[in-house]
Design a protein around this ligand. Structure first.
Ligand code: TRH
Length: 389
C-alpha cells in the first residue's frame, strides 16, 4: 500500500447500546496492530466507549490507546486544524461531517471514502458490496463495503490470533480459574452448565429460567448489567445489581459491564452464549460454543427478515432435526414467544450444535477477515488510480 494510504480516519456515531463503538474499536485496533496503519478513531460518545474500554478517559478530547488515536467528534471540532486522512471510513451509516467532506474534495489526491455498512446475511448484500456510491456534488470516490458471511462480501471482524488465544485459554486451567475469580465466581467447577445471557428484555424469560432449575444440573447464568438484568431484578427483588440469587439449582449473577477483551473471554469460558445486536454475535462465532442470537429490533419487524436470512445460511449444512429445533427456539427468542418447551428440544441438541459451530467457524474464516479485506480493497483502488489516472 502506498505510504499515503496508511493514514485512516474512522468515524463512529454511537446511536444506542454498544455495537457501534464495539465494532469500530475492534476494527481500529486490528488495523493498527496487524496492518501498521495510523488510525484515528473519531467517536461522538466517550462515555459509551469507556464502558467497553475503561482506559478511555472521558475528559480527554484526544488520547492514544492500543496504537489508535481516539478523538472526540463534536460540533466544535476544528476539522481544518485536525487535517484529513487518505482513507476515510464512515462506519454503520454515520455521516462524515460536511466540513470534513469539503476538505476531502479540496485535496489534489482525493481520499478514498468507504461506507462500512451494517451486517446482514441477506442475498442482496453480495450484489452491493464494493459498489461505488456516486457523490457528484463533491467529485469524490465513495464505496460501499459490506461485512458478510460469504466470499463475495467483506467478511467478518476477526483478529488473526483470536482462535489461538481462545484455545490457549481453554487449555489453561489456572487462567480459567483466575478469570472466574475475577468475575466473583470462586467455585466454577461446581456448575455443570455456565451460560452467558447478554440480551435485550424478553417477556417470557421466566419460562427459560425454569428450564435451568433441573434437579441434577447446577447452572450458572451470568447476566451483564443492562436491559435484561433490569427486568430480572424487577422480577426477583432479591437480585441486586452486581449481586447473585440462587433459585434451586440455578444461580443468577448480574455482572458489571466488563472490558471488551474480558467479555470475549467469557464467551470461550461459558458452555452456552446468548448474544445480541451485531458484534457479540460474531464473537460468539469465534468461541464456537452453542449460541443464541437476539437480533437488534427494527421498525416494522424488518429485523425478522434479516434473522431468517441468517438462520438459513447458518443452518444450511446442519442436520435437519438440529436445525429445526434450533430455529424454533431462535424464533421464539426473537418474537417474545414462550420458551420452555422449545428450549427443552433445542438443548437436547447442544452437543451437535457445538460440533457444527466449529465447522461453521472454519468455513467463515476461509472468507478472510474484514480488516484485511478492507486493506486489500483500498490497496487495489490506490493501484488502479495510479495506473489509470
Ligand atoms: O449493544 P448492542 O445491542 O449493539 C447494537 C447492535 O450492534 C445493533 O446492530 C446496533 O444497531 C445498535 O447497537 C446501535 O449489541 P452488540 O452489537 O453485541 O454490542 C455489544 C458490544 O459490547 C460488543 O462489542 C461487546 C461489548 N461488551 C463489552 O465490552 N462488555 C460487556 O460486558 C458486554 C456484555 C458487551
Amino acid at each position: 500500500m502506498p505510504a499515503t494510504a496508511r493514514r485512516w480516519d474512522i468515524f463512529c456515531a454511537v446511536i444506542d447500546n454498544f455495537g457501534d463503538i464495539g465494532i469500530c474499536w475492534r476494527l481500529s485496533r486490528q488495523l493498527a496492530a496487524e496492518q501498521g496503519i495510523a488510525v484515528r478513531l473519531w467517536v461522538d460518545d466517550l462515555a459509551s466507549f469507556n464502558k467497553i474500554c475503561p482506559q478511555v478517559d472521558i475528559n480527554q478530547t484526544q488520547q492514544n490507546i492500543a496504537g489508535v488515536t481516539i478523538t472526540l467528534w463534536s460540533d466544535n471540532t476544528d476539522w481544518q486544524a485536525n487535517g484529513i486522512a487518505s482513507v476515510v471510513v464512515e462506519a454503520l451509516a454515520c455521516n462524515v461531517p460536511m466540513p470534513y467532506q469539503q476538505l476531502m474534495a479540496q485535496q489534489d489526491v482525493k481520499p478514498l471514502w468507504l461506507n462500512l455498512e451494517y451486517l446482514s446475511a441477506e442475498a442482496w448484500v453480495e450484489g452491493c458490496h464494493a459498489l461505488p456510491s456516486p457523490q457528484p456534488h463533491l467529485a469524490l470516490d465513495k464505496y460501499f463495503f459490506f461485512p458478510g458471511f460469504t466470499a463475495g462480501t467483506g467478511g467478518l471482524l476477526q483478529e488473526a490470533n483470536v482462535q489461538q488465544l481462545g484455545a490457549q485459554f481453554l487449555a489453561d486451567a489456572s487462567a480459567q480459574q483466575q478469570f472466574w475469580q475475577q468475575l466473583g465466581v470462586d467455585n466454577h467447577g461446581y456448575y455443570q452448565q455456565k451460560i452467558s445471557l447478554f440480551a435485550y428484555d424478553h417477556p417470557k424469560i421466566e419460562s427459560l429460567l425454569a428450564c435451568w432449575q433441573q434437579p441434577d444440573i447446577n447452572t450458572l447464568c451470568l447476566v451483564p448489567e443492562g436491559a435484561l438484568a433490569n427486568q430480572l431484578m424487577q422480577f426477583y427483588p432479591q437480585l441486586k445489581q452486581h449481586g447473585e440469587l440462587v433459585i434451586n439449582t440455578l444461580t443468577l449473577k448480574v455482572l458489571p459491564f466488563m472490558p471488551q477483551d474480558d467479555y470475549d473471554k467469557l464467551l470461550f469460558a461459558c458452555d452456552i452464549n446468548f448474544v445480541r445486536g451485531e458484534d457479540s454475535v460474531i464473537r460468539a462465532h469465534w468461541a464456537a460454543k452453542p449460541f443464541i442470537w437476539q437480533i437488534y429490533r427494527q421498525a416494522e419487524q424488518a429485523h425478522l427478515d434479516k434473522l431468517q436470512a441468517f438462520m438459513q445460511r447458518y443452518c444450511e449444512q446442519m442436520p435437519e432435526d438440529v436445525a429445526d429445533n434450533l430455529q424454533e427456539f431462535w424464533l421464539a427468542w426473537n418474537t417474545d414467544s414462550a420458551l420452555g418447551e422449545r428450549w427443552q428440544k433445542c438443548s437436547a441438541k447442544l452437543a451437535q450444535i457445538a460440533e457444527y459451530n466449529r465447522y461453521w467457524r472454519t468455513a467463515l474464516t476461509a472468507n478472510g477477515d474484514l480488516a484485511s479485506n478492507l486493506v486489500h480493497f483500498v490497496e487495489k483502488k490506490f493501484i488502479m488510480r495510479r495506473n489509470f489516472s
